[in-house]
Design a protein around this ligand. Structure first.
Ligand code: KG4
Ligand code: ZN
Length: 340
């Protein structure tokens, strides 16, 4: 069947047509309109501007996705849309568009959790992937571990106590003058520096808890940079990037190792925008090799927000008969049901 996947939870408007069936996981189109250039001016996503940009892009992007796939609306078996979590105004654009499209064309509608969608991107890159597995979602808004018991059931078993890893990367990127969002540029700069040059705390909490905290390393890096500026001593940006990246990657690897040992799961899925980080990918590859664990990662182009991952997650909800209707609402929360 063909699923139209729609994503508008942050600063990417995306629509994709994905063909899903038993043994078939094929991306027919995956159109992404990024707002990065718009938000760069402000050094971060401005929610009000993001919502307006989604409104301007959503119809065109959907038409483009159908045309590029060579699939008509009549052939679409379900419309899957990210309904939570994310920026509420941004989410509402995608949800209302998908709702209207599904209603007017009598197509089943499916609500998708954005975090599950990031994980579902791995199903598109690793066709034989099957739960149970441990999923590590590392993005601009989340850093968390999930025990995935079946394709739609996610049990959170740990994660960050404060900031997300992507947020920490972007913050350092901003203060050392890299273009927004700093994550990808920092990834490259880290190769040019000495990862032992700058003393920074590790973001892994001690003990047997699957817990991370990125606020300390963020503050320590800012203090280091401010201190150097006050003393008038030069700063090697590459050394800061390398040390900061190394400590974050070490902490994530340490807690992933713990989560794998505690859960005994045979497979690790690494997903989310920060899953594109080459240092993290390499470090987790070597951890999984050491532990004899199968590592499944979406290809780098599917790590950031996109409609194909939403379609993939939607397919599994479809198989379970989890349909939404015209009363579907968006929510900024990770788990809107738990808040009721
Ligand atoms: O998953 P995503 O597209 O959006 C959210 O759901 O948050 O993640 C975006 C985050 C940003 O913080 C961005 O800087 C980060 O992913 N990112 C990276 C890399 N590519 C994107 N962080 C580190 N290294 C990268 N190569
Ligand atoms: Zn995301």
């Amino acid at each position: 069947m063909y699923i139209l996947g729609m994503e508008s939870s942050c600063d990417e408007t995306s629509a994709a047509v994905v063909e899903m069936a038993d043994g078939v996981r094929r991306i027919r189109s995956n159109i992404i309109a990024s707002q990065i250039e718009t938000h760069r001016l402000y050094g971060g996503v401005v929610p009000e501007i993001a919502s307006r940009a989604h409104i301007e892009a959503v119809t065109r992007i959907t038409e483009e996705a159908l045309a590029a796939a060579g699939v008509s609306l009549r052939e679409i078996g379900a419309v899957a849309v990210t309904s939570h979590p994310g920026l509420i105004g941004a989410l509402l654009v995608g949800v209302n568009f998908a709702k209207s499209l599904a209603y007017a064309n009598r197509i089943p509608l499916i609500a998708v959790n954005h975090i599950h969608a990031h994980v579902a991107a791995a199903y598109l890159s690793v066709p034989d992937l099957k739960p149970p597995f441990l999923a590590l979602v590392v993005s601009g808004g989340h850093t968390a571990f999930y025990h995935v018991t079946d394709d739609t059931t996610y049990l959170e078993i740990g994660g960050t106590r404060d900031d997300a890893a992507g947020e920490a990367f972007d913050k350092l990127g901003r203060v050392i003058g890299l273009p927004y969002p700093g994550g990808a540029a920092l990834d490259q700069l880290a190769y040019e520096g000495d990862k032992t040059a700058v003393p920074l705390p590790t973001p892994a909490l001690s003990g047997d808890e699957i817990a991370l905290s990125f606020s300390g390393i963020k503050t320590a890096a800012l203090n280091y940079l401010n201190g150097a500026a006050q003393k008038g001593t030069p700063v090697n940006r590459a050394d800061v990037a390398a040390s900061y990246t190394a400590r974050i990657v070490e902490a994530i690897v340490k807690k992933t190792d713990l989560a794998l040992r505690q859960s005994g799961l045979p497979t690790l899925v690494l997903a989310g925008g920060v899953a594109a980080n080459s240092h993290l990918r390499t470090a987790l590859e070597s951890l999984c090799r050491r532990r004899g664990v199968h590592l499944a990662m979406p290809e780098r182009s599917l790590c950031g927000d996109n409609g194909a991952m939403v379609a993939a997650a939607g397919y599994f909800e479809y198989l379970k008969g989890n349909f939404a209707n015209t009363s579907l609402n968006a929510s900024a929360l990770d788990d809107p049901a738990a808040a009721v």
